[in-house]
Ligand binder design. Structure first.
Ligand SMILES: [Zn+2]
Length: 266
């Protein structure tokens, strides 16, 4: 009897949490071992997994929902003792809506993101096992790396245009790694995803993505890579976009950003 395999062939690619963690750390390690070790630090303490509905994550209700914890301060202590940098929930494909990084020791944001009392950035993440879930995990790791570098200098977080550039840079590095995968199905799927992401970006996000792309291209120069990555991530203090471009791509300016990709190469 002939069997119909078409449904199997159409099955979307999916990744486990461990796959995702491995891919991101490996991609960054291949590009720049120090960047890779910063990512590994963020993963090292594991994932503080929860099953609370996403709306509970956004305020103190999330803490009260934890049956083992009676009050919010105790809940903070519990997370602190565990040391996990992630509050993560595994969800079905297409259900990953919560993706954010809350910088160290920040009050409730103007957008309503809850305070983070910990001396390290915390990533709230619904991982759905899709390409999207993997690549935006890399994006949030980029935010956390930037915050870790700021904290290492004793700085305190203030919103900056650089936040998104740092995150997109890490995202583009992981895209590049996956788009070169020897597994053609994975490579093709991530090339398509990258093209879609670029096409969909608008306004400030597009500008941040284009700037990150310019810096990523400059960082292809192996000799300059270390200093470009460190400057971007704020190892020498937070630099403006113009200062980083002056280091990494002196011939470019924000007034005339290079096209991110001329056409989707898929
Ligand atoms: Zn972001």
């Amino acid at each position: 009897m002939l069997r119909d395999y078409s449904a199997l062939q159409r099955k979307p690619l999916s990744f486990s949490l461990e796959d995702s963690r491995y891919i991101i750390a490996a991609a960054l390690n291949n590009f720049d071992p120090l960047l890779g070790s910063r990512a590994k630090d963020i993963f090292a303490a594991g994932f503080n997994t929860g099953t609370a509905p996403v709306e509970l994550w956004s305020d103190a209700e999330r803490y009260r929902a934890d049956a083992n914890v009676r009050d919010r301060d105790a809940a903070h202590m519990k997370t602190l003792q565990q040391g996990a940098r992630w509050r993560l929930e595994e969800v079905a494909a297409g259900q990953g809506f919560m993706m954010r990084c809350r910088p160290a020791q920040t009050p409730t944001s103007e957008h309503g993101d809850p305070a983070n009392p910990h001396p390290y950035a915390v990533i709230d993440y619904q991982f759905d096992g899709s390409l999207h879930g993997v690549i935006y995990m890399a994006h949030e790791v980029g935010h956390a790396i930037g915050d870790d570098c700021l904290r290492a200098l004793g700085g305190t977080y203030t919103p900056s245009k650089m936040d998104e550039v740092q995150a997109y840079f890490v995202q583009l590095t992981v895209y590049d790694h996956l788009c070169r995968s020897p597994n053609q199905r994975i490579a093709k799927a991530f090339r398509r995803h990258r093209a879609d992401t670029i096409a969909a970006a608008s306004g400030d996000r597009r500008e941040a993505l284009q700037t990150a792309q310019s810096i990523f291209e400059a960082a292809q120069d192996q000799k300059e890579r270390r200093s470009i990555v460190d400057t971007l991530m704020g190892v020498y203090g937070l630099k403006t976009v113009q200062e980083i471009l002056a280091v990494s791509c002196p011939t470019l300016s924000l007034a005339k950003p290079v096209p991110v990709y001329q056409s989707p190469n898929i």
